[in-house]
Design a protein around this ligand. Structure first.
Ligand code: HEM
Length: 436
């Protein structure tokens, strides 16, 4: 196979890579039913984990009911509305922290990750699991475990995945290492779940206050609870954090773009707190987010799909069990699709109807079809609110007055495509906000 669909034979595995909108449509729409199975990365090939995982399980009835449950409890418009108070609260904590640390060098990824993680842990468990402090303690260990899991998840140098007969030996210790870190994290979470269960049973906490943790404790069985932990803590925090980090990087590099967002916000915002309706008016910010997805899709090859049956895409035969990647990273750099693709040019989305919701096959940061990211509405809200709040409240600077154009733009492949080096920034409260 060649052209927009290529195939690569690695050991016994056949990998198929699609890198044009037509090929993506063939896979994610025309043959969606047959090409929506999954191949589980080595790190997560634990018999005990796969059945609980919305992400890695087959498109079977359990997967369907998990998606339905998540849509209703986590991602519906009603659920998003219900979570907006918590989101505001966690954003408030972030802004307070940065105000206190004004003038100091901050690892932007650490604070964004902590904010997103705590928003979700408060929705699920009714409690923050991380803090912004840099001292060593349980929370830092938890952060470290999560980082290591993510790193293992992206490991591709693994003989076992090329030669299945070697798979069970776990030659690189990937499965063992991942499980060790998971067990540490699970132990931490089990204690919290137990704490909430006791609260619910003894009614020491009003049900309304327990939010989804109430449902998590009572309505869901332990399998579902486990899978939701999986889904939430790994995927959400990493994809969303990496999206925000790349967008912040581009804004630091492009002062003129930052100024346009500031202007737009001055025009559209009336109240102290940023609301959903105000965010929806920020068309230039939304154009920046789309542009960021072209250059920095946080899942550059989508999650690997697998062919459940042999089928054809654009006259190419895709054999049963082939591993399928949709290379959205390459599509974002294709000059046939985008004029001057490597420039950061949000203007291309002004007056354009193109969106990232899975209908426009040039722009698929969340995938499309039955495996499309179910967290899209929530992920996008988080990205918009975080960026809008940070731009509105602070001026951002690179330490030592370095030239923004020299910022390291290298990336690192893990579960999400992250910046290779930390984005260190100094935040300074904007003049107009200090007087408020
Ligand atoms: C900007 C943020 C995000 C981006 C760019 C993103 C992107 C993606 C992509 C590309 C996929 C794979 C689609 C495929 O295999 O074809 C995916 C799957 C998934 N995402 Fe997201 N995601 C984001 C946020 C979230 C959030 C906030 C959640 C949940 C709270 C979430 C939960 C999931 C789940 C559960 C899957 C697997 C779905 C399945 O296999 O059925 N994502 N995401």
């Amino acid at each position: 196979m060649f052209g927009p669909i290529i195939s690569l034979q690695f050991g016994k595995h056949l990998d198929v890579v699609a890198s044009s909108p037509e090929a993506a449509m063939g896979i994610l729409k025309t043959q969606d039913r047959l090409l929506s199975s999954r191949i589980v990365p080595t790190a997560f090939q634990q018999a005990s984990l796969i059945p609980h995982s919305l992400i890695w399980s087959e498109c079977n009835p359990t997967w369907k009911s998990l998606r339905t449950l998540c849509r209703a409890e986590l991602f519906s418009a009603k659920a998003l509305e219900a979570h907006s108070r918590l989101r505001q609260e966690k954003l408030g904590n972030l802004l307070d922290f940065l105000r206190r640390k004004q003038g100091q060098v901050i690892d932007a990824e650490d604070v964004v990750f902590t904010t997103l993680f705590n928003t979700l842990s408060s929705i699920i468990f009714g409690k923050d699991l991380l803090d912004f402090k840099e001292e060593h303690g349980t929370q830092d260990e938890l952060k470290e475990s999560l980082r290591t899991i993510i790193e293992y998840g992206g490991r591709v140098k693994d003989l076992g995945s090329f030669f299945p007969m070697l798979e069970r030996f776990d030659l690189h210790g990937i499965r063992k290492g991942t499980m060790k870190e998971f067990n540490k994290a699970f132990a931490y979470w089990e204690d919290i779940i137990e704490e909430r269960r006791v609260q619910v049973n003894s009614s020491t906490c009003p049900r309304s206050k327990l939010n989804l943790s109430w449902i998590a404790c009572l309505k869901m069985d332990s399998q579902i609870t486990k899978s939701i932990k999986w889904l939430c803590f790994l995927i959400r925090t990493n994809t969303t954090t990496s999206t925000v980090m790349w967008a912040m990087t581009e804004l630091v590099r492009h002062k003129e773009v930052m100024s346009k967002i500031e202007e737009e916000m001055k025009k559209e915002f009336n109240s102290d707190q940023i609301t959903n309706s105000e965010i929806s008016k920020l068309t230039y910010l939304q154009a920046c987010i789309k542009e960021n997805f072209i250059l920095h899709p946080s899942v550059p090859l989508l999650l690997p799909h697998m062919a459940a049956e042999t089928c054809e895409v654009m006259n190419n035969s895709i054999p049963k069990n082939a591993k399928i990647f949709v290379n959205v990273w390459a599509m974002g750099r294709d000059p046939k699709l985008w004029n001057d693709p490597l420039s950061f040019n949000p203007e291309r989305f002004i007056d354009s109807k193109m969106d990232f919701k899975g209908q426009d096959f040039e722009l698929l940061p969340f995938g499309s079809g039955r495996r499309i990211c179910p967290g899209l509405p929530s992920g996008i809200k988080s990205v918009e609110f975080l960026l809008a709040s940070l731009v509105r409240e602070f001026d951002w600077a690179i330490p030592n007055g370095e030239d923004p154009s020299t910022l390291d733009m290298d990336d690192k492949f893990g579960i999400a495509l992250k910046r290779k080096t930390p984005l260190n920034l100094i935040f300074k409260q904007k003049q107009e906000n200090t007087n408020a």
